[in-house]
Design a protein around this ligand. Structure first.
Ligand code: UD1
Length: 302
């Protein structure tokens, strides 16, 4: 069985981009509570069989109510933007670290399994690619450091208290419902610019690479992590393929035959250069196999 059944489940960020797809997958066979402040998520993305608690992840009373009696927690709520963490590091730390630690305390109290949305940003700029889970962690942004801290707390909660934790280190997730305005993911931003016929804005020289993984594959990884016995472990979740941001911009221009031109703007602070996952460990332990190629995924988004 690769999808949890008959469980009481909390999905934080469950009205948002990744969380709403995950909650949708779980809701038929489980009791699902969604905690979301609807900052980037939307009420209409929450299936009406799920219970929506509209609150901030830092609202301790709401979080306690949401976590009461749960068997399984998928923690997706976060500030997801590297740029925003550079602009407002304290706020980002409170959301990404403090709130995660409090949620881990609930997992400990409830004896709940805890699946954490970690990030490839924890590795910083790697010495070589593909990146292995045991490679050095040298984050280049507050965001990367926050995700690394919470990722380590998950390991520690398993070691110290026996909490069943799994951290999934997402590479660059894309797909339907990725909406974040200025702070959104690059594919969402480029597609938006291409649709409007505006200039596609590449930061720096565009040589930086990313490993884009479709949200449906990320949902599958979460379900595998919830149903496979391993805990206290961390897994890269990507595709093992990468593309430069420049080539991504060109691919979008070619695929959608837009009138947009590509323009180069200032490099972004905190940006990592190379990113490409090794997913051997997730494949071996969890049976993770991404199904979506970037070409196919992009075509469904136009
Ligand atoms: C992304 C995710 C982060 C995740 C991480 C894992 C978002 C917003 N961020 O960070 O949550 O943990 O992957 O690796 O989804 N770029 C441009 N032009 C633009 C916007 C971006 O050239 O208009 C470039 C950026 O400078 C960067 C690349 O595209 O080099 C990707 O940026 P972005 O989509 O924001 O993602 P990451 O910073 O990699």
């Amino acid at each position: 069985m690769h999808t949890p059944t008959d469980q009481s489940i909390l999905v934080t960020g469950g009205a948002g981009f990744i969380g709403s797809h995950l909650a949708e997958k779980l809701v038929a066979d489980n009791d699902v509570v969604v905690l979301d402040n609807l900052s980037s998520g939307r009420r209409e993305w929450v299936d009406n069989r799920a219970t929506l608690i509209e609150a901030n992840i830092q609202d301790t009373q709401a979080v306690a109510r949401a976590a009461d009696g749960v068997d399984l927690i998928f923690h997706q709520a976060a500030n997801v933007s590297v740029e925003r963490s550079v602009d407002a590091p304290i706020e980002s730390h409170e959301t990404n670290v403090d709130a995660t630690l409090r949620l881990l305390e609930h997992a400990r109290k409830e004896d709940a399994r805890f699946i954490y949305a970690s990030s490839a940003a924890i590795y910083g700029t790697p010495e070589s690619v593909p990146i292995d889970e045991s490679d050095p962690k040298e984050p280049t942004s507050p965001y990367g450091l926050e995700k690394y801290t919470a990722d380590e707390y998950c390991r520690l909660y398993h070691e110290l208290y026996g909490v069943e934790t799994v951290t999934l280190r997402y590479f660059n997730v894309y797909g339907p419902r990725q909406r974040g305005g200025q702070y959104s993911g690059v594919i969402d931003i480029f597609l938006d610019q291409a649709r409007r016929g505006e200039e596609i804005t590449v930061h720096g020289d565009g040589e930086q690479t990313r490993d884009f993984v479709h949200v449906e594959d990320v949902v599958a990884a979460n379900c595998l992590a919830a149903t496979h016995g391993t805990s206290g472990e961390a897994y890269n979740i990507g595709t093992s393929n990468s593309i430069s941001v420049d080539n991504l911009a060109q691919l979008i221009v070619d695929t959608f035959k837009t009138s947009s031109s590509i323009t180069y703007i200032d490099p972004r602070e905190g940006d990592i250069q190379q990113s490409c996952s090794s997913i051997k460990k997730a494949h071996q332990d969890l049976g993770f196999n991404p199904n979506w190629s970037l070409d196919d995924g992009l075509k469904t988004l136009w």
